[in-house]
Design a protein around this ligand. Sequence first.
Ligand code: GDP
Ligand code: GDP
Length: 478
Amino acid sequence: MADRRRPMRPVAPLPSGDLPVVAIVGRPNVGKSTLFNRLVGRRQALVADTPGVTRDRKEGLAILRGRHVRLIDTAGLEEAAPDTLFGRMRSSSEGAMVNAALVLFCVDARAGITPADEHFAQWVRRQGRPVLLVANKAEGRSGAASAMEAYALGLGEPVAVSAEHGEGLADLMSEIVEHLPPEPEPEEPEFPEEDFAVDGVDLPEGEDVPEVGPKGPMRLAIVGRPNAGKSTLMNALLGEERMITGPEPGLTRDSVAVTLYDDGDEFEVVDTAGLRRKARIDEALEKMSVSASIEALKMAEVAVLVLDATLGVHEQDLQIARLIEREGRACVLALNKWDMVEDRVGTRKAILDRLSISLAQMRGVPVVTFSALTGAGLRRLLPAVRDAWTVWNARVPTGELNRWFEAVLERHTPPLVEGRRLKLRYMTQVKSRPPTFVIFGTRAELLPEDYKRYLVNGLRETFDLPGVPIRLQLRGTK
Ligand code: GDP
Ligand code: GDP
């Protein structure tokens, strides 16, 4: 399994305008746009439905292995170009290639190498830019073999991918980053390291670490009350002003998902832009933002609860936190506007104390402090989401669970109910996402609430399940 607990590495500051440019070139139909969308993580559907906004997005920001790059898709640029295939390919690529730190030369592995590919490859080689050869449509078992044919182009070893099926993308991202010039030192001073501790998501070492890894994208929702900085955060993650400038659908249920890559992991951010916009104009603003959160949470696996750290914890924050628990989502607490916080240690403690007093399930929740506005500290967010997701998917082996359970029962005997002892026999984890445990025993269903809470807290601490709601069910046996 991929090591999801890798230490966090520093990444480049957020987009500053002089990001390395990666140009995607190749003949029509090899899958350039599909690849572009994969790497930028923007679904074509986001813009395609809006009249007059079709295919106008040729540039986008991608975070590949922690590096921000500006991608240029040359597909579609051919339209106004000279009327030969080669002429069109050349004129669409020329502009994009001038400043490219890297050119992705795409071919169609299924169609094989065509004379147009060869001709174009010769020309591209003469431009003197670093080139990475991408053999697309190489899905399935025969994919890698047909990709090899592209060797003949003399552009080095082809990287086999399937943009459509999402195969080989992690390798491609690594290759891209390796071919880029070294990244400049960040200009902006970051906050001191200790400000960014991501608390409480260490999984136990060794074989107890559950064997989980995301199959598809990890879905996250950004929730919080108005003005916490959700839109700013979303824009910072996406690297552009898309949400503010996006089309005004005037709908209340137009949530869409935006895909984002971080270090090879795919995240899908449930984007409730429309819901929020509606909330802004709605008189019952506070109420609306809660219902927007519910919508987003239903579709998400991990909730990023954004708080304005300068304002502390308000009732509405707690209300949203309770929703996260009710919906059974993993939670990452995002303390935003950290640039404005003076007493960082005190602020952090006050917020965490308030949350854990009001909501037992928030105990040990992973915390990330950042400024969505400047981008400082933001690189910690997606790794924290990944870790929370892992905990949310955790499985505790039954043997271990019962060894712990027996010890607990011995240490702290369940109380008498109606003068009789409850016989709790064993415990098992029936599901994950979120972790759900069942206790079987005679009259187990009568176990008092405070004892249940005691067990839930014990489970959380012993098996390291911070920041996820833990469900505990009781089944009486005869
Ligand atoms: P472009 O003209 O180079 O931008 O190509 P497009 O991205 O528009 O893709 C051309 C066609 O190839 C579309 O029908 C895509 O769905 C399809 N396509 C793209 N990538 C793949 C892939 O990895 N495998 C397969 N089988 N088809 C793909
Ligand atoms: P939303 O209602 O949760 O989407 O909040 P917005 O993203 O619209 O942000 C509300 C206000 O807070 C805006 O004026 C932002 O510029 C500001 N803001 C957001 N993030 C930060 C931050 O990290 N630091 C500072 N100082 N201001 C921020």
